[in-house]
Design a protein around this ligand. Structure first.
Ligand SMILES: [Mg+2]
Length: 431
């Protein structure tokens, strides 16, 4: 039906880094390879990323560190504080490499991206090539799912992850037969973006697999699961419905990117654009009750202007703590812009991407994690304290970006890629 007799013209790939934070640590510290390794949240509170060895030991996502101290010691589990400077930078490297395969890349989260692949006779070969290409250049292992739609590519990725030996970490859905087989294997709850409510609704209707979901009447789906549910169903049927930069789920990265009507070369116009995009992102972030740890800003020049060189530049900054405050996000967005802006270039496109997202409710509250609605109250408290103890004893984090609030990070690895003093030194013996 929707599949072309041979191969579809457009295929989506989702590239997902395996145990991303753990893999970043391992890329620079090979002694961690094959060892159980867990990464901790801000202030070393709980586990936010686990290597497959840690998963196998039964430590759940979000496990509080203090509860698992004994097991960690017994099993010699390695732990690291989250090093977002390293992860943000490694993420950017991976994403940049993907642009070598297609101009259409959607950064979906800190460790995942959708790529619209150009036509190929053999997508399995393309997928394995991407995997090897990224591993050779970054040391990060990835899993890849390739299919005619985004929802199908996510499902294909599940298969690649579940069966790494059989698939070599890349699974392609390029025939009706494979699509049906996958849908019959995929439980409803594992469908991309389906959510807890819809899973319950479907299970109550005795619908347990993605295949059974696609057999439901469009009317029923639309009535009970809204237009979003229906679009998801179409996507699973193999009909591309959810476009790049479009999502059905609670997002793991929030982006606002636009092409300008005219090209801009002056700093002031770009500043205005970036602040607008960053504010919009912060709003979306608060809308889904998340906070972010990493901000990326990019600029592109006009590819089609003949006399211009095509310029694309990107800057990744790590925030001093997870936040969804517009004030702080804007300030860092402008700092990133200042780092990459070059006069004399006709910029045509720009964007702000927030990633390294965490649930705001799950953040351990401390004085400086108060968000925008509370800024007013915080100001009042600060003024009172400063009045009592002396001027400027307490400052907002955004008054001075050179000074960051120190988190508790007892197990922090070096910033191998973003700090000169942390760059690995190789000692080469002469024979
Ligand atoms: Mg991943």
């Amino acid at each position: 039906m929707y599949f072309y007799t041979k191969f579809p013209l457009n295929m989506y790939a989702i590239i997902d880094c395996n145990s991303f934070y753990a893999s970043c640590e391992r890329a620079f510290d090979p002694s961690l390879i094959d060892k159980p390794l867990a990464i901790l949240s801000n202030n070393d509170g709980c586990v936010i990323s686990r290597s497959k060895e840690v998963k196998a030991l039964g430590i759940p996502m979000g496990a509080p560190l203090f509860k698992y101290k004994t097991l960690i010691a017994e099993k010699n589990i390695q732990i690291r504080s989250s090093n977002y400077s390293l992860y943000g930078d490694m993420s950017e490297r991976v994403m940049k490499l993907l642009e070598d395969f297609s101009p259409e890349v959607e950064v979906y989260s800190i460790d995942e991206a959708f790529v619209k692949l150009p036509y190929s006779e053999n997508y399995q070969v393309v997928g394995l090539h991407i995997k090897q290409y990224i591993y050779q250049r970054t040391g990060i292992p990835v899993s890849i799912g390739i299919a005619p739609t985004k929802a199908l590519s996510k499902a294909a990725n599940n298969i690649a992850k579940k069966f790494p030996e059989q698939t070599q970490g890349c699974h392609v859905i390029d025939s009706e037969e494979k699509r049906i087989k996958m849908l019959k294997w995929l439980p409803v709850k594992a469908i991309w973006g389906i959510g807890v409510g819809n899973t319950k609704r479907l299970e109550n209707k005795n619908v347990h697999t993605a295949y059974e979901f696609t057999q439901l009447a469009d009317d029923w789906v639309k009535r009970n699961m809204s237009i979003i549910g229906l679009r998801l169903k179409k996507d699973l049927e193999g009909k591309p419905t959810i476009q790049l930069e479009e999502s059905v789920v609670h997002k793991k990265a929030i982006a606002t990117t636009r092409s300008f009507e005219f090209t801009f070369s002056d700093r002031e116009n770009l500043k205005e654009r970036i602040v607008t995009f960053a504010s919009r992102c912060a709003e979306k972030l608060r809308g889904q009750n998340s906070s972010c740890n990493v901000i990326m800003v990019f600029l592109r020049s006009d590819r089609n202007k003949h006399n211009n060189v095509y310029v694309r530049s990107k800057r990744v900054l790590t925030l001093p703590y997870a936040t969804n405050s517009t004030l702080i996000i804007n300030q860092y967005a402008l700092k990133a812009l200042a780092d990459i802006y070059k006069p004399g270039i006709a910029y045509k496109r720009a964007g702000v991407i927030l990633t390294g997202l965490v649930d705001t409710n799950a953040l351990q509250l401390d004085l400086f994690q108060n968000e925008n609605p509370k800024h007013k109250k915080l100001m009042a408290a600060m003024d009172a304290l400063n009045g009592k103890y002396g001027v400027q004893k307490i400052k907002m984090g955004n008054q001075d970006l050179q000074r960051t609030w120190k988190m508790r990070q007892a197990y922090l690895s070096p910033e191998y890629t973003t700090k000169f003093k942390d760059i690995i030194v190789l000692n080469c013996a002469t024979i």
